[in-house]
Design a protein around this ligand. Structure first.
Ligand SMILES: *Cc1c(COP(=O)(O)O)cnc(C)c1O
Ligand SMILES: [Zn+2]
Length: 404
């Protein structure tokens, strides 16, 4: 028999509530769904041109119904095998899961769609998020598609390059002055008070949405598991979801083992890596975070402690890479035809670093999650070495003959 419940990831208490629950009321750690009866679950076959990821993987989700379904075609993203690059680095197969191929160009759309479905099911009329980047764009877009009142809380000093692609979807867009880190917890209170379903970085439904990344990888690799999956990590919702997805496929016998996870952070903001290296059970806030990979610049990730617990159960590790290494990896990825934003290049930078350090021996098969599109943050291009030349039209043929 299938049953769904929600538990605290730390103290384990089972939480009964008719409303949405986002964190544990006892220890304030993240909560997550537990689905029992997964043994009978199966992937629903269908026409991939019309099927949604929600229909396909419905058996593996806490709930699915057609009335509350919302989709802009998120998911079913490519898994690209980079043969040349894996040879030159000296590892086994190297795959990029290209999440830039989502409706708002990042993986966030998976969790947003599923979060809104949940909000609708529970009868909420309003949704919201706290974000200055991809989550804000995603929630604004899906909120518009769902015709729900949508609140997006951003920090006061957000740049035009970031705010305009949120504003185009016309949400209630509020620039908030004050400590941005506190806003996450503040929004949970506001949500309770004003009946706004806040789809923040690591809420349970976002974690459930990210499971579909794992499901797709399993299918794309014909259920032959890689050794490692590397995820650029900020709040921690995405890496938690992907790992949970693999674990649930193992429970129902679709795969033999769960790959090991590598939580990849930027060295200018690496609270999870720091705690992992210290052997600590709890993260410490990072002062003055700074990295080119803004999408993973969270100094106090709300799922940080749970990611530590997950890594230790999984046998995985955490690592951190510099901005220089990130930019180099971004350029290398572009050489293979994939243009990701700096955060997207962090897993590849981690592969190169871990090989150089000898952690990777050379035969491992690896999946890197490229989380968002390079067009999200073109300011990073100012830091790349980019070339072009000029020539008059009458001289063009000579020019090409002489120079190339
Ligand atoms: C949100 C985001 C991340 C981090 O995901 P978390 O779930 O917060 O750990 C990484 N890369 C990109 C491009 C993102 O937008
Ligand atoms: Zn708890």
């Amino acid at each position: 028999m299938r049953s769904v419940s929600i538990h605290c990831t730390s103290c384990g208490q089972k939480i009964e509530s008719k409303e949405a629950v986002f964190r544990c009321n006892i220890c304030n750690e993240p909560v997550e769904f537990e689905i029992e009866g997964l043994k009978e679950a199966k992937i629903n076959d269908g026409n991939l041109l019309t099927q949604t990821i929600w229909e396909r993987y419905a058996d593996f989700l806490p709930f699915f119904d057609k009335e509350s379904e919302l989709s802009l075609g998120e998911g079913f993203t490519p898994l690209t095998n980079l043969k040349k690059l894996s040879e030159s680095i000296g590892i086994g197969d190297l795959y990029i899961k290209n999440e830039s191929q989502n409706p708002t160009w990042s993986f966030k759309d998976r969790g947003t769609a599923y979060g809104i479905m949940h909000a609708r099911k529970l009868g909420y009329k309003k949704i919201g998020t706290v974000s200055t980047g991809n989550m804000a764009t995603s929630v604004a877009a899906y909120g518009a598609a769902a015709k729900m009142e949508t609140f997006v809380l951003v920090s006061k000093n957000i740049s035009p390059e970031k705010i305009n692609p949120i504003a185009i979807y016309n949400p209630h867009l509020i620039k908030v002055e004050g400590n941005y880190g506190d806003l996450y917890f503040e929004s949970l209170e506001i949500g309770k008070d004003k009946d706004i379903y806040f789809i923040n970085s690591d809420v349970p439904m976002r974690v459930e949405g990210s499971k579909t990344i794992a499901f797709e990888i399993c299918e794309q690799l014909n259920f032959k598991m890689p050794d490692y999956v590397i995820v650029p990590t900020s709040a921690g919702g995405n890496i938690r979801g992907i790992e949970k997805g693999f674990r649930e496929f193992k429970v129902c016998g679709l795969i033999d083992y769960v790959p090991k996870f590598i939580c990849a952070q930027a060295s200018g903001c690496s609270p999870i890596y720091n705690a992992f290296m210290d052997g600590s059970n709890a993260i410490t806030r990072v002062d003055n975070p700074h990295t080119i990979a803004h999408a993973i610049e969270n100094p106090y990730p709300p799922s940080g402690n749970q990611v530590l617990r997950m890594l230790r159960n999984n046998g995985g590790i955490a690592t951190a890479v510099s901005d220089y290494e990130i930019l180099k990896a971004q350029a290398l990825m572009a050489e293979q035809g994939i243009f990701g934003q700096p955060a997207s290049a962090v897993p590849l930078a981690a592969v190169i670093k871990l090989k150089a350090e000898g952690f990777l021996k050379g035969n491992e098969n690896i999946v890197c999650i490229a989380t968002g599109s390079g067009l999200k943050y073109t300011a990073a291009l100012d830091m790349q070495k980019l070339y072009s030349v000029e020539c008059k039209i009458e001289k063009l043929i000579d020019f090409i003959s002489k120079n190339y």
